[in-house]
Design a binder for this molecule. Sequence first.
Ligand SMILES: Nc1nc2c(ncn2[C@@H]2O[C@H](COP(=O)(O)OP(=O)(O)O)[C@@H](O)[C@H]2O)c(=O)[nH]1
Ligand SMILES: [Mg+2]
Length: 458
Amino acid sequence: MKLSLREPISALITPAGTAAINVIRISGEGAIPVVARYFRPADKLLSAPGHSIVYGIFYDEAARPLDEVLCSVFKAPKSYTGDDTVEISCHGNPRLAARILEQLLLHSRMANPGEFTMRAMYNNKLDLIQAEAINDLITGPSSKSQSAALSQLRGVLSAKMNEFIQRITHLRIQCELAIDFADQDLPSIDEAALVHDLTQLQDEMAQLCDQSQQARFIRDGIRICLAGAPNSGKSSLFNAFLNQNRAIVSPHPGTTRDYLEESISLQGYTIVLFDTAGLRESQDTIEQEGIDRSQQLMQDADLILYLIDAQTHAGELDMSALDSSLHSKTLVVLSKADLATPAAISTLQDALAPLTVSSSSVVADDGLQSLFTAILSRFKLLEPQFERPLVTNVRHLAALKKSRQSLGKALSALQDGMGYEFAAFDLIEASTALEQILGIITPDDLLNSIFADFCIGK
Ligand SMILES: Nc1nc2c(ncn2[C@@H]2O[C@H](COP(=O)(O)OP(=O)(O)O)[C@@H](O)[C@H]2O)c(=O)[nH]1
Ligand SMILES: [Mg+2]
C-alpha cells in the first residue's frame, strides 16, 4: 500500500460514543481550507496563526448549521503530524461528529489506523521507536508499562540505538581506512583497540537483550500460577491479591476444580494471576481434568507460587507433584503463617532450601508484604527501571540480536585474519539492523503492518 503523504486525511480521534465533546482531526496539505469550506467565520480560520483556537459554526454541504465548534489550528511543522492540522471539537453526540466527518471526507480521505503517527515519522517528528511507544502508551495496561512507553517516547532507547550506530560506524570507517591504505606506508590501524571496542559493544548489546525478558514483564505483565495441595490456601491467597471474594474458599479439599484468571496491579506492574485446582491424585474425572489444566498453567507461567500449609505441612510431600524442571521458576509460599510459630516456619524454610521460600497469611496484618516483595525482587522490579533503555518490543529485540550477531561475525573476521573487507561488510549489516529499529530504513510492508496495530485517529 503506497500512500500519498500530502493529501489531507481525517478521522474521529475520540472514542465513538456519547461524551462531553468529540474531536475530529484533519491533517495534510490544504487541511485548513477544507475546514473553512464548512466553517463560519471562514476568514478567521484561514488567517488564524498556529496553536490558536477559533470559535464558530460548522455547516453541512447544504449550508445548514450542524454544531457550534472550536477549531484548534496547528501549522506545519508545529503539529503532531508535522503537516497543517485542524482539530474540531464538537458536542459529544456521535451522530454530530459523524456528520462533521462526512463533510470533511468530501475533500479528504479517511485516515488509516496509525496514519497520523506514520506521517509524523515521515516528517521526522519522531522515529519508529517513538511512534511505537505512542501506541504502547495508549494501550499500556499498567502504570509501569506506560512509564516504559513514555521513556521510549522521550527517546531513551532511540538515543542508545543512535549511539550504537555511531560507534559501529566509527569502527567501520577504521576498517575501510585499513582497506584503502593497505598498500601504502601509513601507520596501520590499532587492531587490538578495534577488537576491544567491538567486544565491548557486543557485550553492551548482549546486556540489553538479556534485560528484555524483564521488559516483557513490564509490558505484558507477569503470569503467576498458584499451585499446591488442596486446602493449602490458594483460593484465599487469590482473593487476597484481588482484594475481593472472587474464588470460593472452603475447608473442603477439592473445591476449586476449574482455574480462575484475573489481572491485578501490584505496585504498578500487571500480574495475571491463576487460581488452580489443588494437586492430588483424584478419582473424580472433573477434578482430574482440573488438575491437568493446573499442570499446563504451571508450564506456561512465569512464576509458580507453590503453597505449603505452614501449620500442617500438608503439601510438603507433594512437592514431587511439581516437575523438577519447574523448580527454577517456583517460589514456595508457607501459607497460613499466622497459625505457625516463627521457629516452625524457619525450620520449614531450611528444609526446603535451596528453593526460595516466602510466607503469607491472609488474616494477619501485612501478612502478604514479604510475599509481594519476594515476587518483585525475583523479577528485579524493585529498582527504578526507566532511566535506562529497555527493549520491550519483540521487533526491536529481534533486530538487536541480529545486529549483535553481525558484530560477532565482524569480530571473528578480524580475529581469523580474514581481512578488513569482511569485517566492514558485517559492520554495515550490524548498523542496518539498528537503523531498522529506528525506522531509518524500514521496508514499507513492515511499516504498514506496524501501524495497522494502531487505533484509527492516532
Ligand atoms: N488462618 C488462616 N487460614 C487460612 C489462610 N489461608 C487459607 N485459610 C483457610 O484454609 C482453608 C482452605 O483455603 P482455600 O483457600 O480454599 O484453599 P485451596 O483449596 O488451596 O484453594 C479455608 O478454610 C481458609 O479459610 C491463612 O492465611 N490463615
Ligand atoms: Mg481453591
